[in-house]
Design a protein around this ligand. Structure first.
Ligand SMILES: Nc1nc2c(c(=O)[nH]1)N[C@H]1C(S)=C(S)[C@@H](COP(=O)(O)O)O[C@H]1N2
Ligand SMILES: [Mo]
Length: 379
């Protein structure tokens, strides 16, 4: 597996490289190992010489900055923060039984992960540059060039000013105590806790304060929620709704989908996540399609910007076919039951109930209860 990733990642594409870990690699791990952390690329990983790399801060600022890696590290206070990244395409596979989504990878539940990031605060850089009053947005450009737009463009994004100047947003060079790996954006990337992964621009080279959102393809034309009937190939810039804060979402990580289980008590665990300043307040688990629910235990959290792991025990009966789960956030938003009414042409934000299918085995006399990973279709 390239880029130091584990052999059992599900690869959605080799060039550009896109891959996600199986459920078992995320289960019960508050912080995701570097070799299991999903990768979402829209172009080739750029080769960057860190000694000649510079970060430019320009646009509506009183003084432009051009910072080397050493200057970035020495001029600004360093901060560490645990944060979950979640791709807007996470769980897209759940849409495909309703309608196909050509050209987009069928991501399962692994297009998300949690890391401890270290770097400097974006707001400190903006303050040093003297961001002007009329700069309502801050735009970002990476060094990678994507061939998805015609003609090709570097990957870019922007944040509204209130988020760009929030103290949780980092310009980071370290992940889980290691130097940021090349595939995750070295030498530095943006980390925007609580927003869809696409706003956390990797291989960051330029930060521009401006009056309007970025006109980059990945801000103005994709990563937008379109009405179901829209033609994704004929979208005018600015159409639909730009995705920002992540909607409340959850997944079952254990048992695996299509696991064989025995009747009796079964431990069920997973993750739940709500974007921006929302928090997970409750997770419910059901073995009877939501006619009855059991509240899961919420496990400890690594800080306000990470997912919440949860676990509970359910009773598996001979008739059990599915285990479903749903999370609630601090604004009492809950996950919708079905993905069907959420279907959208690019397949973003599937936050329907989590669901794993199980096959119930008759217990062998005297056998301990076991959970074995089921067959897993490769995408
Ligand atoms: N420069 C650049 N930044 C990028 C991307 C990219 O293709 N190029 N992909 C984005 C998307 S869609 C996601 S979900 C996250 C994925 O981060 P990871 O690959 O480190 O997991 O990076 C974001 N930042
Ligand atoms: Mo993404």
């Amino acid at each position: 597996m390239p880029w130091g990733k584990r052999a059992n990642l599900v690869v959605h594409g080799d060039d550009p490289f896109n891959a996600e870990p199986p459920r078992a690699a995320l289960a019960d791990e508050p912080v995701t190992s570097l070799d299991a952390f999903y990768v979402r690329n829209h172009g080739p990983v750029p080769e960057i010489d860190p000694s000649s790399w510079r970060l430019r801060v320009d646009g509506l600022v009183e003084r432009e900055l051009e910072l080397s890696l050493d200057e970035l590290r020495s001029r600004f206070a360093q901060h560490e923060e645990a944060a979950t990244l979640q791709c807007a395409g996470n769980r897209r596979v759940g849409f495909l039984s309703f309608r196909d989504i050509p050209g987009e990878a069928p991501w399962g539940p692994g297009a998300t992960g949690t890391a401890v990031w270290a770097g400097v605060r974006l707001t400190d850089l903006l303050a040093a540059a003297g961001i002007e009053e009329n700069a309502d947005h801050v735009a970002f450009l990476g060094a990678d060039v994507s061939e998805e737009p015609e003609p090709p463009q570097p990957f870019g994004a922007s944040l509204p000013r209130h988020k760009a100047t929030a103290e949780e947003v980092l310009v980071a060079w370290s992940m889980n105590g290691e130097p940021l790996p090349a595939v995750h954006g070295a030498p530095v990337r943006l980390v925007v806790p609580g927003y869809i992964g696409a706003r956390s621009v990797k291989w960051l080279e330029r930060i521009t304060a401006q009056a309007e959102p970025s006109d980059n393809f990945f801000q103005a034309e994709t990563y937008r929620l379109l009405p179901a009937e829209a033609d994704p190939d004929a979208i005018a810039p600015g159409e639909g709704v730009a995705l920002g804060a992540v909607a409340v979402n959850a997944e079952v990580l254990s048992p695996d989908d299509r696991a064989t289980v025995t009747p009796g008590p079964l431990r069920v665990s997973g993750y739940a996540f709500a974007g921006d300043d929302r928090r997970i307040v409750r997770v419910d688990v059901s073995t009877d399609e939501g006619r009855s629910w059991r509240q899961a235990d919420l496990l400890g959290q690594h800080g306000p910007w990470t997912w919440r792991l949860w676990e509970t025990e359910v009773e598996v009966g001979a008739e059990t076919t599915d285990i479903v789960a749903r999370a609630w956030d601090s604004a009492t938003a809950a996950q919708p039951e079905s993905a069907a009414p959420l279907w959208n042409p690019k397949g973003y934000v599937n936050n329907a109930w989590a669901r794993v299918a199980v096959t119930v085995d008759r217990p062998a006399a005297g056998a301990a209860r076991t959970t074995s990973p089921g067959r897993r279709d490769t995408a």
